[in-house]
Write a protein that binds this ligand. Structure first.
Ligand code: SAH
Length: 475
């Protein structure tokens, strides 16, 4: 992030605007509708004002003469659309006195840029792409427009009106936050969003009786644990429910598999506690994790247990749920995209395929010891795709086991490392090559997929194409 979105209070001083034409008029309208006062140098003399009310026009002060000599006293920002040298010269002048400046369509000379804006009254969303793609910013804006309830601004305004009254009554910050969350998420918020503000106000002001918010205090002690599947790494693969849980958490206990990009989506003031194995270090152990979860919930916190992939796929989620049940702690489970599915999607391995693959087995072979306990005879079916978790070091045992099960050494296999992350890497080949392929992906975590379907994958097709090209070149 290079450009920090901040919200400028336009009542603190005028904006110096230089230039004319449709683009400038659009900015003029935006600034005026946001309450700005404007000192305007329409350099080509075109003072034509379209779509501006009288009240707004009264907030425009016309400048005459050389804009480079404009009076900067009290000005809070400079916006310039001049052609040629004017923009850079104006930018230099503004910077010399420490004023933020935007030269339209000129990133180099601008110290601030305009985001795409979703404007719903008090609720304003700013979207930036660092100046690189306004088109993309507008697309994102459309998506956010679609997501936000139409009256969200009214809700912000409504809360704003009562904020002081209630905040002085509810001294403790966490309780206060929870109180407002209940207003926003509960029936009162729904009434405002439905345009029934008078009723909402009636309900809200009804809660002035201390005995009623004593109830809210007791409810504040309702801690709970949410087991959340974080998916394989790409933060866009979080479910909407997972995202909500992360935005709602007081404390998050996370695994070593959870990527920094996902941790970034957690509410800013939540505490983050790593509980996974670190490289070379063992991690705190399952019993200790269970105890941490239980204690957090009993202390009234909303704890999230964030796990790579899905909590119930080789994630020890079952043990945690058992411990929470035993302790009588409230909990829920939000599924995630398991690494095997993430890898299959990214590298285009259809795990099932009509007539070719009718079954899938997910198995773990963490250590040669685990691989030894696998009953390989259940994996003889050639129409079964085998997805192996934690199988890198045990690759030779997986190979031996599948050969023992009667699988052909020519069976297509893929090793898919760091799936859905920016540094994802694949190596494909045949079963007999498995131990070599594992060496080719520069480290884990990696999923092994074994079965004919791997021949449909994108890396497989690439490899074949390369081989073909090499043959042609040789001939
Ligand atoms: N609960 C997790 C699995 C945890 S076991 C899930 O559902 O995905 C850890 C194993 O998951 C790793 O050894 C590796 O085999 C696999 N894994 C996790 N993230 C991965 C990723 N981004 N790419 C490839 N494999 C991954």
């Amino acid at each position: 992030m290079r450009y920090l979105p901040v919200f400028l209070d336009l009542r603190t001083g005028p904006i110096l605007l230089i230039g004319a034409g449709e683009l400038v008029r659009a900015k003029l309208r935006l600034l005026l509708s946001a309450g700005a006062r404007i000192r305007w140098y329409a350099i080509d003399g075109d003072h034509e004002l379209g779509g501006v009310t009288r009240e707004q026009a009264a907030r425009i002060e016309r400048g005459a003469g050389d804009p480079l000599a404009a009076d900067l006293s009290g000005v809070i920002a400079v916006l310039c659309a001049g052609a040629g040298d004017l923009g850079p010269a104006m930018a230099a002048r503004a910077r010399a006195v420490g004023l933020p400046v935007n030269v339209m369509d000129d990133l180099v000379h601008s110290s601030f840029i305009f985001p795409a804006i979703v404007d719903r009254g008090d609720v304003v969303v700013a979207i930036g792409t660092g100046g690189s793609s306004p088109v993309l910013a507008r697309r994102i804006r459309e998506q956010i427009e679609a997501l936000l309830p139409a009256r969200i601004g009214d809700l912000a305004n409504f809360i704003g009106r009562f904020r002081k009254t209630f905040n002085t009554r509810i001294a403790q910050f966490p309780l206060r936050r929870r109180f407002w969350e209940r207003v926003v998420d509960g029936p009162i918020g729904a009434l405002v969003l439905a345009g029934r503000e008078a009723e909402a106000e009636y309900e809200l002001t009804g809660i002035v009786d201390p005995s009623r918010y004593a109830g809210a205090q007791a409810a504040g002690a309702e801690g709970r644990v949410t087991l959340v599947g974080a998916g394989p790494g790409d933060p866009d693969l979080l479910t909407i429910k997972a995202l909500r849980a992360l935005q709602d958490a007081d404390v998050v206990f996370y695994d070593e598999l959870v990527t920094p990009e996902i941790l970034d989506r957690i509410r800013r003031d939540a505490s983050l506690v790593p509980v996974g194995r670190r490289v070379g270090k063992p991690g705190i152990g399952q019993d200790a994790i269970n105890t941490l979860l239980i204690e957090a919930a009993q202390a009234g916190q909303r704890a999230v247990r964030l796990k790579g992939g899905d909590p119930f796929v080789f994630g020890r989620g079952g043990e945690e749920v058992q411990a929470l049940r035993d302790a009588g702690v409230a909990y829920s489970v939000i599924p995630g995209i398991s690494a095997g599915l993430g890898a299959a999607a990214q590298f285009e391995v259809p795990l099932t395929y009509r007539h070719e693959a009718l079954r899938i087995t997910f198995l773990t072979a963490h250590k040669a010891k685990d691989a030894d306990t696998v009953d390989w005879s259940t994996l003889t079916d050639v129409k079964m795709t085998v997805v192996v978790y934690m199988g890198m070091t045990a690759a030779p045992s997986v190979l031996a086991g599948l050969l023992k099960a009667g699988r052909s050494p020519q069976t297509p296999v893929g090793v898919f490392a760091r799936a859905t992350r920016p540094d994802a890497k694949a190596a494909v080949g045949t079963l007999s090559e498995l131990p070599v392929l594992v060496e080719q992906v520069d480290g884990g975590p990696a999923i092994l997929i074994i079965g004919d379907v791997v021949a449909h994958s994108a890396p497989w097709r690439e490899t074949q194409l390369q081989q073909l090209l090499m043959q042609v070149a040789a001939e």
